[in-house]
Unconditional design. Sequence first.
Length: 201
Amino acid sequence: MMLMVATVQFLMISFLIANSMLVGKNNDPPNKLNVPVNVNNNLLVLQFLAIVITCFGQTDIRQSLEVLYYGYDKKAMEDAFSNNSFGKWLVSLFIRFSLGILSVTVTFILIVTEDNARDLLLNFTAMEFVSYLDDIAFLLSKWGYFGKTLKLEAVKVADGQYDIQTMKKTKNKALRSFARTSFLFFLFIIMIVLWSIIVRK
């Protein structure tokens, strides 16, 4: 179920990128991303704020970094979930992180390619919806909308406790916070630099 939702997310995000580039090809001269020129200052401020929210509000990236930091503890996972494996853990981590990065990238493109505040906010909201499709699907499964089997599995996952207290004692909390925050700030700086280059053209 979750793989299907992730596939839908990937497809929707890919279509958004493709559509944006196709629109830009019709410009004269060609502008692949259809980036507007001479936007007003109000829109620039809104773009900046949207970039800040996009970068630091992306839960998939933050949660992936958290899970990666603590790593895979076989005993703790077996106590919580009987059918777990390192391969499943790794694949889920990769998918979540990839979706997070892809969502940030596409949201950034949508932010810089709109020439008015209304469309910018609409596209920004749409991407937030796509990003949360997996959470929505999980909640619907938990509430029984996709059948009894998926409901039982979702409840099991929701009620499962992954005991990381022991790992927390051996991990440096300050180092964890610094590493996670540093990555997000690095991502933020990249986005701001690219945005600055684009708006100056």
